[in-house]
Design a protein around this ligand. Structure first.
Ligand SMILES: [Zn+2]
Length: 220
């Protein structure tokens, strides 16, 4: 098993790549809350072990070996979140922190038991795809709610799990994964969006709407 620290570095670099951001020493240090000198040392180690490659004047990129580790960690994280949510009844804003800890501790066997127990699920409680055991991952599908126009209908397919306060806010206004909605109004100049959500009318700010992905209701 790799150390928690190595796994965290690989995860952060994967996330930066997925967000189309350069994985520079500075960014990695910021994200992990560690000193630049520690990052430089760890990057050397990870490059020597062939988890990543240096790209001069760019930063680092994961090798296929590094990418596989990242996807294994994401599979663990998302399956643990789903287990905590679906089986133990934790709310969607309560699962991330425990998953961050447990993902480093569980065995592959336990994770595969959880996967089978949950019925081979494809998405975590926030709608993020769960990578396959073979390292495959489906792209996140959907458009930002902020791009919807009046009268458009759809359902919520993904929300970011990084901010529990944001998830609690969504719960308070009655917005859940798979909630069907219709756009009633959209204020100009990046103003709020008014939705019909079930029987209620809900107003969501543009910033929040950018963090919610939606898809047509007929799509699975
Ligand atoms: Zn999470």
């Amino acid at each position: 098993m790799l150390s928690k620290s190595i796994e965290d570095y690989i995860k952060i670099i994967y996330r930066l790549e997925a967000d189309n951001e350069r994985a520079t020493t500075q960014r990695i240090a910021q994200q992990l809350g560690v000193r630049m000198a520690s990052v430089t040392g760890m990057i050397k180690h990870l490059a020597a072990e062939n988890y990543l490659k240096h790209k001069p004047y760019y930063g680092v990129k994961l090798t296929e070996k590094g990418r596989r580790i990242a996807l294994t960690m994401i599979r663990r994280h998302r399956l643990i979140e789903l287990f905590l949510h679906q089986t133990l009844g934790l709310d969607w804003d309560e699962v991330h922190d425990d998953a961050e800890v447990l993902e480093h501790a569980v065995s592959d066997q336990l994770i595969e038991k959880i996967y089978t127990f949950l019925g081979n699920p494809q998405f975590d409680p926030h709608g993020a795809p769960i990578p396959g055991v073979d390292g495959s991952i489906q792209p996140l599908k959907g458009a930002a709610l902020s791009d919807c126009k009046p009268d458009e209908k759809g359902k919520i397919v993904h929300v970011s799990d990084s901010d529990p306060e944001f998830l609690r806010y969504l719960s308070r206004i009655g917005l859940k994964l798979k909630s069907p909605f219709r756009v009633l109004d959209r204020a100009p100049f990046d103003g709020p969006i008014t939705l019909r959500l079930g029987r209620r009318k809900v107003i969501i700010g543009a910033e929040a709407a950018r963090r919610i992905l939606v898809a047509p209701d007929n799509e699975t």
